[in-house]
Design a binder for this molecule. Sequence first.
Ligand code: ADP
Length: 294
Amino acid sequence: MSSGDSPFVVVVGSLNEDVVLQVDRPVRPGETIAAVHVERLPGGKGANQAAAAAAAGARVAMLGAVGDDSAGTRLIEDLRGRGVRTEAVRTVAGVSTGTAYITVTPDGENTIVLDPGANARVDAAAVQDAWPALPAAGVLLSLLEIPVGAVTAAVRLAASTGLRPVVTLAPAQPVPAELLAGLDPLLVNEHEAAFLLGTDTIRDHPRDAARELLRLGPASAVVTLGAAGAAVADGGGVRLLPAEPVDRVVDTTGAGDAFAGALAAALSRAADLDAAVAAGLRAGAAAVQRAGAR
Ligand code: ADP
């Protein structure tokens, strides 16, 4: 099937403007310092995953919200420029667009303060209202930078309209059992997996962790393991798939989003789970060799 007639990936998630502030040293409490360089970049895990799915060749539609400001306009135009449909991205009057204020010091360490802005307005009712107007889709891709109720509603609607629900549990937070039970796969990194399993780390036993995640109800679970690749668990058992070799790691920001977008794109073309994870591993490896979240 060519991408021209494959079902859409619908992304229900966040859109943020990343304000990247290069500083020459960490800011101390009570202190004011001037940034050396400032950049405004399109971001938000939802929009990043939508961009990644489009880059992986999928047809993509985004459901989310921005404020009625210039940042919101820029984010929508950026997604459209990448071929992502944005009819279901609402512009909410009187609210600002979600913004991540990121400071980066010369050693590459960063801090992030997030203003969720319009993303907080993406609730269950907003998802229900927008759903009927979405294109016929094969895969739902969602994540937790919007209210949990919206993600739960999207998973419920996906189940009743025949979409395969994929959710990245990022950033880690408690979620209702109903949300997890619908997923195929539940997609987490090793920190999120440890959070869900109530343990400090899963580093020494990623296969067991992937298997244990199935007990929370999803039909399948994928745990990304950075340079160690990914663990996959489903009814067929547990597999550890190695990462793609990388010449030089430049920036690991956004590797997880690149993985998620590519995995969803592959699933929308009816790839089986292991083939979709392999596509995610290739996209993740490509992402760590480039600077920036996309
Ligand atoms: P997150 O960015 O969400 O913390 P990971 O660190 O697990 O997620 O990275 C996501 C994916 O990116 C990995 O599964 C892998 O495919 C790829 N990746 C990350 N780091 C490396 C690396 N050093 N070498 C090769 N691939 C990598």
